[in-house]
Write a protein that binds this ligand. Sequence first.
Ligand code: FPP
Length: 260
Amino acid sequence: METPKKAALLKRYRLKPHLPRHVAIIMDGNGRWAKKRHLPRIAGHRAGAFSIREIVRLSGELGLEALTLYAFSTENWKRPPREVALLMQLLKQYLRSEVPELLGNNVRLGTIGNTADLPPKIGKELKESIQATSHYTGLKLILPLSYSGRADLARAVKGIAAKVKAGKLKPSAVTEKTITQSLSTASLPEVDLLIRTSGEMRVSNFLLWELAYSEFHITPTLWPDFRTPHFIAALRDFQTRQRRFGGVESVTGSVTSWAR
Ligand code: FPP
């Protein structure tokens, strides 16, 4: 739905009406941002939290349906314990400070990943934040935490195998849809646009199944510097893409043509 606010933003940023329904972002480059300023790495993560605030607000105002921000991967547990502890602390602070902002912007918070791995206090804070926003109907903000695309696929396959074993599902009835619906992202629209900051050309075990037909926008901008103009540039880039989904006919990205 195009609200007057959305219409004004589209005009201001010279965007066409067809926006991605779901944007996923690999927020990379916090450490390099801090290093360039001779600051500890955590200062980069702290600055990155301000980028999150700005991009979440704008995504809501533009009427995106879902925004998935890769906050902490399974592999991130391998970082020095002090950095992990500080990241967990930052997550707690983020939830405490941002929930009122999310509520004010009709944002519903969700998470994917093995959140049982999180320290109990953080897990509790997360649960409460999700609960507090559960009735909101605007942007779905998804924070993957202790997330790994391969682990999510393995979990989905285990669930499918159990149903087959129990006689609830025939092996011949297993389709791509069965897998899509067994992933932790089942309730979200297809990922239309993946953004990765800091110029790295990797998927880093993120949404492996879900990115099959996503458009990629890779920018050299480091995550703490990634603000409104960079996000708008990514959306404009997306609007130039011809989406064919493996076929030959050009599909210019209108919302209806994405509904596969
Ligand atoms: C990657 O930068 C970033 C992360 C591993 C964490 C992302 C966290 C935030 C943006 C801020 C915290 C917010 C929440 C909600 C927890 P990097 O450290 O890999 O950067 P580098 O590649 O330059 O070293």
